[in-house]
Structure formats: structure tokens, C-alpha cells
Write a protein that binds this ligand. Structure first.
Ligand code: ARG
Length: 456
């Protein structure tokens, strides 16, 4: 059943009909469409636009449409134009011609955004739950490794000693921001468009505030033309997904390197790796590589959406139907990625020996040595140059930095020269970074506490 056609003399071209229909993908909005329609017919009854008995019959009929579609999913094979016409067609089978009254004064332009807002709102809640799970998984691993020393890297070159907990927290904090960003986006999603009509508003005495309250919306849209045109609630949500994926891709990249044989700081849970068809020794980090790769896909969804929105006039245009596959794909991909990475993170085995051995690389202590010299009175730039010259000298002589320091530093700072063993101990080096946000174990524990509090 088409919801239009009184002014037509021919049927739509078949190929165009298939091209035009959105039911194959927007049937995911069925529960939301029914919830919004039920609230709408009740509102029609309350304001006297429909007799109370009709409103009640439509409400019950809509409930039945959803229940039947759930019980008999083959009903979804119906050749409907979109989820909105599907519901009206099915409602017609249940309550007869009265079904047409469910559409009284209502446009699909407002229906499609109302259903999508309800769907995105629920998806935000699911994604925030998933992010909480992953963030707390990182916190748990961070607590296990809050005092395990390992090298920290800049430019992928070993830089200074850090603790494993510091690294875990560095990947958890971005997820806290994503979690909070989604919470803020939710407020802008949670606005009722229903009652906007096609673009000009409704002529019915609808109580939009009551309708909003019934559907759990926190506000009603302030302009009917904007309400049917607005898709920035969609692009903002997809941006949040893309940002999550980009954060995950960085975590994946670190885990791929640090679990590799060249580092061996962690072992990946076998259940999240795959073997090679040729090389029997392999356990490849496919889960991590896939999530890293899928970040490109979600970024593509965001670009697709913004490109669709660019350069269309105010009001509903069919271009806007293209929003759905992008947002569904972004949401599915991000939810699945967060879930898979959650499994990888919880299953990680830490390898303290490998971390400690790599953290013993003397170059990691060079910056700490320069700071120690400066704190004994040598201007920092001079101290930096002095330690730099020691590194060069050690390299040329084929000796260790510690040996070069023992030889040269007594002339410059007997106090520092007397503390070289401590300064070259990575466990003591991390203790010095005790200010908030630093890598000292106590600071890391405090940071992990904050993450946990923000996520709970
Ligand atoms: N299937 C459409 C969409 O998803 C619903 C709105 C159709 N409105 C219209 N005037 N053709 O955007």
C-alpha cells in the first residue's frame, strides 16, 4: 500500500521503486516508529482531534502490529516503501480504514526523524555501556600493572621509563571523554520533532510537551522547518562513533606492537588471534588489525553523512533518506569494535620481565639525569648538553652511559655522581614523576580512580 498516489495515473517504475524504497534498511526503526505512532494517536485522542475510542483502537492496533512483526518476521518481506508505510499498511489489516487516522496531520518527514532520534538515543545508551565496560577493563589491567616499569615511546623510539598502568590510563582517558561526549550529544538527540507536520507545524491542538514527556524526550523542537531538516544530531553521533574508533585504532596499534615478539610486554588472548595457513608459528593480531581498519570505515560513514547534508535547502529532501545506512553502519561497527577490544583487553597477560628488561635501556634515563644535574644548580640547557655529550661519548667508546657518567660526572656534580645507581634504576625513575597525571605508581592509581569514578 502506498501512502500517496491520488493524483497519479501510472504505477512507479519497478527499478525506481526498488531504488526509492528504504524499508529494506529502515525496518530497523520498527519499534521506534510504533512507539512514536502510539504516543501520537494517544495525543490525538487527548486533544479531541480523534474520538477517545478511535485513539484507543489505533493504539491497541499499533501494539498488535509490532507484536505480530516480532512473532512472524516473514511479514517484514512486505513490499513496503518505508517503515512508516509498512506500519500503516499493517495497521489497516488490523483496524481497517481507521488506520488512516493514525496519520492525521502527520508527515513522514517528522516521523522519520522522530524514529531515528529514538533509535540513536537507545544506541547511545548501549554504546556508553560498552565504553564503560572497556574503560573499566583498561582500569583493571592498569591496576595490575600500576607499578610495572616499561619503556614509554615518542616517535616509536624509547623515550623515558613509564609504568604499564600509565599506558593503560592513557588509553582509558580518551574513552572517558568519548563516554561523556556521547552523554552530551544525547541531550541534543533527545528533542521531539513530532508536531512539526511536513514543515510548517501542526494545525491540531496537540500538547507537544506531553507528547515529548511520554516518549522520554527532554525538549520539543523550536522550529518545524528546522525539525524536519535537522540531521546534525545524526552527524554528531556518527562523529562520536568515528572518534571512538580512532581512539581504538591507536590502542590497537600499541597492542599490536607491544604484543609482538620484538617487545613481548603483553600476550594477546589466543581466542582473539588467528593462525597462518602457511606459517605454523603464527598467532596474528587480527582482532586489533580489523578494528584499526574499521576506523576508516566509520570515518567514511561520517564523511558520507556530511557530504549528503552539504548544499541541500531547508526542508525535507529525499537525499536525507541516505542518512540511515551510514548511521546504522557506524553504530554497528563501533559497538562491535568496542566489544571485541573489551575482550582483548580483559584477556591480556602482562609480562613484567620483558617490560623491566626493556625499561633498563640506559638511554631512557638521560632526561632524568639532566633534570637531576639541573636541580643541583647546573642550568638545564647546560645539563642537557652535558648528558648529550655523555651519550655520544658512550656510543663512540662502546661503553655504557652509566660507565661514562661515572667517569665524567664527579667533576661536574659530586652529588649527582654519588646517586647514579638510583638515577639509573627505572623503578626509582618512575617514582620521581609523582605530580598528578605522572607515571609514579601512586599517581597512576589516583588517575585510575578518577577514570573509574567518571565511568560509573
Ligand atoms: N523513508 C523516508 C526517509 O527515510 C521517510 C520520509 C519520506 N518523506 C517523504 N516526503 N517522502 O527519509
Amino acid at each position: 500500500m502506498k501512502l500517496w498516489g491520488g493524483n497519479y495515473s501510472t504505477d512507479p517504475d519497478r527499478a525506481f521503486w526498488n531504488f526509492n524504497q528504504s524499508f529494506s534498511f529502515d525496518q530497523r526503526l520498527l519499534a521506534e516508529e510504533v512507539a512514536a505512532s502510539r504516543a501520537y494517536v494517544r495525543a490525538l485522542g487527548r486533544c479531541g482531534a480523534l474520538p477517545a475510542a478511535d485513539a484507543a483502537a489505533l493504539d491497541a492496533g499499533l501494539e498488535q502490529v509490532l507484536a505480530q512483526a516480532r512473532l512472524e518476521p516473514e511479514r517484514l518481506a512486505l513490499d513496503a516503501e518505508d517503515v512508516h508505510s509498512f506500519v500503516e499498511t499493517r495497521l489497516n489489516e488490523v483496524v481497517g480504514d481507521l488506520a488512516g487516522q493514525a496519520h492525521l496531520g502527520r508527515s513522514r518527514n517528522e516521523q522519520s526523524v522522530t524514529a531515528l532520534r529514538l533509535w540513536i538515543r537507545a544506541t547511545i545508551d548501549a554504546l556508553r555501556d560498552a565504553l564503560r565496560g572497556l574503560g573499566l577493563g583498561l582500569v583493571a589491567q592498569g591496576r595490575k600493572g600500576h607499578d610495572l616499569v616499561m619503556p614509554g615511546y615518542t616517535h616509536t623510539r624509547a623515550a623515558e621509563a613509564i609504568t604499564f598502568g600509565h599506558l593503560a590510563a592513557a588509553h582509558a582517558w580518551p574513552l572517558v571523554r568519548d563516554f561523556e561526549r556521547l552523554g552530551e550529544a544525547r541531550r541534543r538527540v533527545n528533542v521531539l520533532p513530532l508536531g512539526s507536520g511536513a514543515l510548517a507545524g501542526t494545525a491540531l491542538p496537540l500538547d507537544r510537551e506531553a507528547l515529548a514527556a511520554e516518549l522520554g524526550f527532554e525538549a520539543v523542537s523550536g522550529n518545524a522547518l528546522d525539525a524536519v531538516s535537522d540531521r546534525d544530531f545524526v552527524s554528531e553521533f556518527v562523529f562520536c562513533c568515528a572518534q571512538v574508533q580512532i581512539h581504538l585504532s591507536r590502542l590497537c596499534d600499541d597492542l599490536i606492537r607491544f604484543s609482538g615478539p620484538e617487545h613481548g610486554f603483553v600476550t594477546l588472548p589466543e581466542a582473539f588471534t588467528t593462525g597462518s595457513s602457511l606459517m605454523p608459528q603464527k598467532k596474528n593480531p587480527d582482532a586489533l588489525e580489523l578494528v584499526r581498519g574499521k576506523s576508516g570505515r566509520v570515518l567514511g560513514d561520517l564523511v558520507a553523512l556530511l557530504t549528503i547534508l552539504k548544499g541541500i535547502p531547508a526542508g525535507y529532501q529525499k537525499d536525507l533518506q541516505e542518512d540511515k545506512e551510514a548511521v546504522f553502519d557506524a553504530a554497528d561497527t563501533t559497538l562491535a569494535s568496542v566489544g571485541v577490544i573489551g575482550g582483548v583487553v580483559s584477556g591480556l597477560a602482562l609480562r613484567p620481565e620483558a617490560m623491566r628488561a626493556a625499561a633498563g635501556t640506559e638511554g631512557l634515563m638521560a632526561a632524568g639525569l639532566a633534570v637531576a644535574l639541573a636541580r643541583e644548580g647546573l642550568p638545564f640547557r647546560k645539563a642537557h648538553a652535558l648528558v648529550g655529550s655523555l651519550v655520544g661519548e658512550a656510543e663512540r667508546n662502546g661503553e655504557s652511559l652509566l660507565a661514562a657518567a661515572r667517569r665524567v660526572l664527579p667533576q661536574h656534580s659530586p652529588a649527582v655522581a654519588g646517586r647514579l645507581d638510583a638515577l639509573f634504576d627505572p623503578a626509582q625513575a618512575v617514582q620521581t614523576k609523582a605530580a598528578a597525571g605522572g607515571t609514579a605508581p601512586a599517581a597512576v592509581s589516583a588517575s585510575l580512580d578518577q577514570i573509574e569514578a567518571r565511568l560509573r
